[in-house]
Design a protein around this ligand. Structure first.
Ligand code: PXG
Length: 477
C-alpha cells in the first residue's frame, strides 16, 4: 500500500478540504494524455489539468528548456532590468495574438492578468485625460479569477459573498444562458444575441452615464460557470456598443486562449478583436505559472506619449513578471503549438468531439449539452437540496473507471489536451454515459460518497495511525 503524505498542513484551493482529506486523490506522474495516481491508477485526462495542458503532459521540449534556463539564469530583477527571453516570449506571443494586440504585459496567473487588465483600462483613461471613466462592467456568471478586481467584475455570488464589498463602481450585464430556448444546441445558439447585447447599452444609458464606463470585461465563452456560449452576433454587438461609447472591451481568454476553440484565441473564432486580452494557462502548457495581458498598440502608446520623460508609465508589476523560467516554458510551448499545428489539430477534432458530446443526449439525468471547439458542458438535472451532488458522483465514478472529468455545480466540463485521439474522446463520453446511467439507477445510494475510492479511505485510516504514533512519540520526547 503506498504511503500518504501528512495531509494536515496543506489548505487546498476551491476544494472541500475535509472531504478531500477523507478521500485524497493524489497524482504522482503524467505523460501525454494520462495521469498516474499514487495508487497506480491510470487516468485519461479529460480536462487538460485545469484547462491548461493543451499540448499534453510532461513535454520533453518544455522540460529541457526550463532545466537549461534554471542552470543559466534563474532570476533577473523584473523592475529596471530584464533578460532577452522576456522580449522573445513577448514577441512570439504578440505574433500569436489577434491582429493589433501586440504589446504584452506578463503576469503569473489568470487572476493577475485580469487585475492587470482592469488597472491598464482605468489608467489608460486617466492618462488620456478621461479620469471620470472609472466604472467597470462585468457579467453575471463571469469568472475572472480570485483577486479583488476579478472577483468584483465576476458574476458568481459564491466566489464574492465572503469577501466584503469588492471594488466600488462595478455593474454587471446579463449572462446568455437560456436552457429553455437553447437546450442541446450544437455550437452557438442562433437567436437573441443582438437583443441580449443591446441590454448592455440600455443598462449603461439608463443606470449610468456611458461616459463614466472604463471597460466591459467578458469571457467570450464562460468556462467556470458551466460552459456558457454566446449566441450568434452577441459579441460583435458588444464590440459595436463599446466603440460607440468609447468603452474598452476586455476579453478574458484564460480558458479560451491557445487553441481551445479550434482557433488561436476566441477572438479569432468570433471575428471580434478586443482592446485588451488576458490569458494564462495554455501559455506555458501549465508547466510553469504565467499569465499575460495583450494590449492594442494604441493603448500602450498612449502611456508612452502621455507620460513625462523618465517617468514610470504604469506603476504596476510583479517580482516574477516575465520570470526567466516561465519565459523559457512559454517559448518552448509556442514552438510546440507551431511545429505540431496544435490549433489546426483542435479544429480538426472539433466535429468528432461535438458528435461524441451530443451522443449523451438521452442519457439519464442529462438536461443540456453545450459545446464549442474542444469544450463541452453537460448540465445535469440537479438533485433537490443537493446542488452538485450528482456531478460529484459522476466525477467519482469516472475516476474509478479511469477518466478524469471536471464539474462545477451541476455541470460536467470536458476540455481535454489538444493532443487527444478520437478513440480517447469516445472513451471520455462513454464513461460519462455509463456513470450517469448507473447514478440514475442507484438513486440516493449513488450520492453516498463514502462508497467511492475505497483504497484512499484505507490510506486515510493508515495516515491517522501514523499521526497518532507520531503524537505518542512526540509526547514521549
Ligand atoms: N479568468 C478566467 C476566464 C478563468 O477561467 C481565471 C481568470 C483565473 O486564472 P488563475 O490562473 O488565477 O486561476 C480563470 C481560471 C474550472 C477552472 O474548472 C477554471 C479556472 C481555474 C480553475 C478551474 O472551471 N479558471
Amino acid at each position: 500500500m503506498p504511503s500518504l503524505p501528512n495531509l494536515d498542513h496543506y489548505w487546498l484551493p476551491f476544494t472541500a478540504n475535509r472531504q478531500f482529506k477523507s478521500m485524497p486523490r493524489l497524482f504522482k506522474a503524467a505523460k501525454g494524455n494520462y495521469y498516474t495516481t499514487i495508487d497506480d491508477r491510470t487516468l485519461l485526462d479529460g480536462t487538460a489539468g485545469l484547462w491548461c495542458v493543451a499540448g499534453g503532459h510532461c513535454r520533453e521540449e518544455i522540460a529541457s528548456a526550463v532545466s537549461h534556463q534554471l542552470r543559466t539564469l534563474d532570476y533577473a530583477p523584473a523592475f529596471q532590468n530584464s533578460h532577452p527571453l522576456a522580449f522573445e516570449a513577448a514577441e512570439r506571443l504578440a505574433q500569436f495574438m489577434p491582429n493589433g494586440l501586440d504589446r504584452i504585459f506578463f503576469t503569473n496567473s489568470g487572476s493577475e492578468s485580469v487585475d492587470t487588465a482592469l488597472k491598464i483600462a482605468l489608467a489608460y483613461h486617466r492618462v488620456t485625460g478621461n479620469p471620470l471613466r472609472n466604472k467597470l462592467i462585468g457579467r453575471e456568471r463571469g469568472y475572472h479569477g480570485v483577486n479583488f478586481g476579478g472577483v468584483s467584475v465576476g458574476g458568481i455570488a459564491g466566489n464574492s459573498k465572503s469577501f466584503g464589498n469588492g471594488l466600488a463602481g462595478v455593474d454587471h450585464i446579463r449572462h446568455p444562458l437560456d436552457i429553455g430556448r437553447n437546450a442541446f444546441t450544437r455550437g452557438l445558439p442562433g437567436d437573441g444575441g443582438v437583443e441580449l447585447a443591446n441590454e448592455f447599452e440600455q443598462r449603461i444609458t439608463t443606470l449610468h452615464d456611458p461616459a463614466t464606463i472604463a471597460a466591459l470585461i467578458v469571457e467570450p465563452m464562460q468556462g467556470s460557470a458551466g460552459v456558457v456560449l454566446p449566441p450568434q452576433g452577441y459579441l460583435k454587438r458588444l464590440r459595436e456598443i463599446c466603440d460607440k461609447y468609447g468603452i474598452l472591451l476586455i476579453f478574458d481568454e484564460v480558458i479560451t486562449g491557445f487553441g481551445r476553440l479550434g482557433t488561436r484565441f476566441a477572438s479569432d473564432y468570433f471575428g471580434v478583436v478586443p482592446d485588451i486580452l488576458t490569458c494564462a494557462k495554455g501559455l506555458t502548457n501549465g508547466a510553469v505559472p504565467m499569465g499575460a495581458v495583450a494590449v492594442k498598440r494604441d493603448i500602450h502608446d498612449a502611456f508612452m506619449s502621455n507620460s513625462p520623460a523618465n517617468a514610470i508609465e504604469l506603476p504596476h508589476g510583479y517580482t516574477y513578471t516575465a520570470h526567466p523560467i516561465a519565459c523559457a516554458a512559454a517559448i518552448a510551448t509556442n514552438e510546440i503549438f507551431i511545429t505540431e499545428k496544435l490549433v489546426d489539430r483542435s479544429a480538426g477534432l472539433s466535429n468528432h468531439f461535438e458528435q461524441a458530446a451530443h451522443s449523451l443526449n438521452g442519457v439519464p439525468l442529462v438536461r443540456d449539452i453545450r459545446n464549442i471547439g474542444m469544450v463541452a458542458g453537460i448540465e445535469l438535472e440537479p438533485t433537490p437540496g443537493k446542488p452538485g451532488a450528482r456531478a460529484f458522483a459522476a466525477y467519482l465514478k469516472c475516476y474509478e473507471m479511469g477518466v478524469l472529468i471536471r464539474y462545477t455545480g451541476d455541470v460536467i466540463a470536458i476540455s481535454p489536451p489538444l493532443t487527444i485521439e478520437k478513440n480517447e474522446i469516445d472513451r471520455i463520453f462513454s464513461c460519462i454515459a455509463e456513470a450517469l446511467t448507473s447514478i440514475a439507477a442507484e438513486g440516493d445510494q449513488a450520492l453516498d460518497f463514502t462508497r467511492y475510492l475505497k483504497n484512499e479511505q484505507q490510506w486515510a485510516a493508515h495516515q491517522q495511525e501514523i499521526q497518532q504514533q507520531q503524537r505518542i512519540l512526540g509526547n514521549a520526547a
